[in-house]
Write a protein that binds this ligand. Structure first.
Ligand code: SAM
Length: 195
């Protein structure tokens, strides 16, 4: 199961590379253990100290895990480019300065791997978070989601995400879905919404 999640995440990371440039500002809406945050940092950090990653999670332990990973693997100069916040992603506009040009907002939904499986993303906050992401994203930017439908509530959350995407205007958005069709027991889906 873990390896399927990892593969889906790798698919998302490989797509980010085509959109994100050095010096960009990006948002990790679900830091978890920090692997996505780290991948984002590597894409945005340039030699002159430009680039910025805003990361958030509702669990203190997740932000601690993210910090530990970054402190271990990232040079202090690059570490300074990451700002972590213990907030719900539906409130991302409270922590990201107004008029920031955001290139990517990434969600990796579900529960913290190795953590409390009862604390997980839910439609009630995922939907307002997607609405916030669509507002702060700059033209040409990308909302990326890795969604798991194998756990309780996962299918319903996926439907919420898909309904949100279907409501985005065809003039301003391109929305795609990549489905791991050989994982029927616990499907993982990567969704990409380009503004
Ligand atoms: N991106 C992570 C990584 O690379 O390790 C994995 C993320 S994990 C699948 C999902 C995370 O979302 C969990 O750490 C959980 O605490 C967090 N989460 C759940 N609800 C949230 C919310 N409303 N706002 C922000 N984070 C939330």
């Amino acid at each position: 199961y873990i390896s399927g999640k990892k593969k889906a995440t790798e698919v998302a990371h490989s797509i980010w590379k085509h959109f994100v440039q050095k010096g960009d500002t990006v948002v990790d809406a679900t830091c978890g253990n920090g692997y996505d945050t780290l991948a984002m940092l590597k894409l945005v950090a340039d030699d002159s100290g430009n680039g910025c990653v805003y990361g958030m999670d509702i669990q203190t332990v997740a932000l601690e895990n993210t910090s530990l990973l970054l402190d271990r693997l990232v040079h202090p100069n690059e570490r300074m480019l990451i700002k972590l916040f213990p907030v719900c992603h539906s409130r991302m506009e409270d922590v990201i300065p107004k008029d920031t040009f955001v290139r990517l907002v990434a969600f990796n939904l579900g529960y913290l791997p190795g953590g409390d499986k009862s604390i997980l993303t839910v439609s009630e906050t995922t939907l307002p978070a997607l609405q916030a992401a669509s507002r702060i994203l700059g033209p040409g930017g990308l909302i990326s989601l890795v969604v798991y439908v194998g756990h309780p509530g996962g299918r319903e959350e996926f439907e919420t995400v898909q309904t949100f995407a279907s409501g985005l205007s065809t003039e301003n958005w391109i929305c795609c879905k990549i489905e791991m069709v050989n994982r029927q027991a616990a499907p993982v889906i990567v969704l990409l919404f380009k503004k």
